[in-house]
Design a protein around this ligand. Structure first.
Ligand code: SF4
Length: 324
């Protein structure tokens, strides 16, 4: 059996933000938003990245599309190292590597009609002949389920769900290989969330897309993902196939996240509910040893001293005493 190389390789990625103080703005420390993360994403799959707010999951997404500059580590897309690529070098790559934001409104020019917003990538990147642009815009509207008659409207005339459809239309206009979906449904009503998730799933089949799907709610991640990575305080603490991770979560933090999710199928519910304690520590000063030890109900002395590595291959877990 031939195993294709990953579409995206993240190798020991660190994205830190300097903490500056004093008149000369001296760097006195770093907020370690993403701290030594490795992750491969293969063509056609959807990797769900889940964790509490502030755990660094959106920073990973923004680092991949180079909206943030990595501090250390490597990002390879289609085997090309893009970690430190210049904006000019990134231009052809951006057509294949797109991002959808939680709030697409902030990235839509309020003074432009949707028709112009959607035509822009085709013109700027010279993707098609001028006389073909209108046909392409109409096709995009069809694909995301918006009536063609809406193309003369301005962004403020659309609902949140419709704006997200516009954001998706813009992302797929380049025929990308990978889309980073950064909390695309978090701000939407539950019924609209389902529609957007279904749209993303349909487009994935139609266009052979690969997704990194970022969310703080386990429900959306469970629906759309093939694999799930759980993040805590800048680290991946567990990763595995969706079914296995839901059935047999090994990390105490994963078990807590799943316990908070009301699974409709009782066989997928965690057998034992545990309660999370305390607040999330600061990523500027993460705890020594296991980062979860200040809140873990199973903490032991070793956890306070020694950081557990992510081990276990296909179903990896970073815990000295994983749950059986
Ligand atoms: Fe809990 Fe220790 Fe495992 Fe960390 S290493 S999750 S503190 S049991």
């Amino acid at each position: 059996m031939t195993i294709n190389p990953p579409l995206l390789q993240i190798d020991r990625l660190k994205t830190y933000y300097p903490i500056r103080k004093g008149i000369v703005s001296r760097t006195v420390g770093y907020v370690k938003a993403v701290d030594d993360i490795s992750l491969n994403i293969y063509e056609g799959e959807t990797v769900g990245l889940v964790g509490e707010s502030g755990c660094g999951k959106s920073t990973i997404g923004r680092s991949i599309v180079r909206l943030e500059n990595p501090f250390e580590g490597r990002i390879l897309f289609q085997n090309k190292d893009i970690t430190h690529s210049t904006q000019k070098e990134l231009k052809p790559i951006r057509t294949k590597l797109q991002i959808i934001f939680q709030d697409p409104y902030s990235s839509l020019n309020p003074r432009k009609r949707i028709n112009d917003i959607l035509a822009e990538p085709f013109i700027a990147h010279r993707l098609v002949q001028r006389n073909e642009v209108q046909g392409k815009v109409d096709r995009l509207l069809d694909m995301v389920g918006l009536p063609r008659a809406y193309k003369n409207r301005y962004p403020h005339e659309f609902s949140g769900g419709q704006r997200q459809r516009i954001g998706i239309a813009r992302a797929i206009s380049f025929e990308p290989k990978l889309i980073v979906c950064d909390e695309p449904v978090s701000a939407l009503d539950v019924s609209i969330q389902a529609q957007i998730l279904n749209l993303l799933a349909d487009l994935q089949k139609e266009l052979n897309l690969t997704y990194l799907f970022i969310a703080h709610g386990i429900g959306a991640v469970k629906y759309i993902s093939t694999r799930i990575a759980v993040m805590y305080l800048g680290k991946i603490v567990e990763i595995g196939d969706k079914e296995e991770l839901f059935k047999l979560p090994k990390h105490p933090y994963t078990q807590i996240l799943l316990g908070a999710y009301p699974a409709p199928d009782p066989t997928l519910r965690s057998s034992k509910r545990i309660i999370i304690q305390g607040d999330v520590p600061s990523p500027a000063n993460p705890p020594q040893g296991c980062r979860f030890h200040t809140r873990c109900p199973y903490v032991q002395e070793r956890c306070r001293q020694e950081e557990p590595p992510l081990t276990g291959g296909g179903h990896g877990v970073a815990c000295h005493f994983p749950i059986n």
